[in-house]
Design a protein around this ligand. Structure first.
Ligand SMILES: Nc1ncnc2c1ncn2[C@@H]1O[C@H](COP(=O)(O)OP(=O)(O)OP(=O)(O)O)[C@@H](O)[C@H]1O
Ligand SMILES: O=C(O)C1=C[C@@H](O)[C@@H](O)[C@H](O)C1
Ligand SMILES: [Mg+2]
Length: 173
């Protein structure tokens, strides 16, 4: 990771972890622009994530999510970024994340599954969301740990408490 002052802050984690909620608070506190995957996809491609998946398939959506992440990482002034959950699967995105300060929001699949229901934009790759998130978490944990500068439990605290903990880490970094 480069000097934190010059580095993008990237919030990662599985679907429903609270990436958008926490990134918004961090951007406000750090007075940085916010770049959110879902907004960036719409701005870049004129389509929502759900529409891209429906028209072109999940692989194309994930390629576009990785592309908008790498664009956001290069943006100036340096932003706070809410990355798509899928991007950690992409080796080029993981390599690019090494130049950022990366926050991994980790929480129990059962809690994240409940939060996923807050909006219909999230894909349900299996009807059993807890099983889906458990499988994703087990598969992605090594990658998420590899890129993370700090891991924060997002299951039992508010976004404000999580943001405050990240800011303490940034202050110390
Ligand atoms: N720490 C938290 N405690 C309780 N509820 C939360 C917390 N963080 C987020 N939420 C709620 O959970 C839902 C999902 O949050 P959010 O949209 O921030 O997740 P996300 O990780 O950005 O999801 P996605 O992967 O779809 O982009 C929202 O309804 C949000 O208000
Ligand atoms: O596998 C995942 O975690 C995801 C898949 C997508 O289709 C997404 O749009 C989302 O960003 C997360
Ligand atoms: Mg989000």
């Amino acid at each position: 990771m480069a000097c934190v002052i010059d580095s993008p802050v990237v919030v990662t984690g599985l679907m429903g972890a609270g990436k958008t909620s926490v990134a918004r608070l961090l951007a406000e506190a750090l007075r940085r622009p916010l770049r959110d995957n879902d907004d960036d996809l719409e701005a870049r491609y004129g389509m929502t994530a759900a529409a891209i998946a429906a028209e072109f398939g999940a692989d194309e959506l994930h390629a576009r999510e990785s592309a908008v992440l790498r664009e956001a990482l290069a943006a100036r002034p340096v932003p706070v970024i809410a990355a798509a959950a899928s991007t950690v699967e992409d080796p080029a995105s993981r390599a690019a994340l090494h130049r950022a300060f990366v926050v991994f929001l980790d929480g129990p699949p059962a809690v994240l599954a409940e939060r996923m229901l807050s909006s219909p934009h999230r894909p349900h790759f299996q009807p059993d969301l807890v099983a889906m998130l458990t499988e994703q978490r087990e598969r992605r944990l090594p990658w998420l740990r590899e890129v993370a500068d700090v891991t924060v439990d997002c299951g039992s605290r508010t976004p404000e408490e999580i943001s405050a903990e990240v800011l303490r880490h940034l202050g110390a970094a």
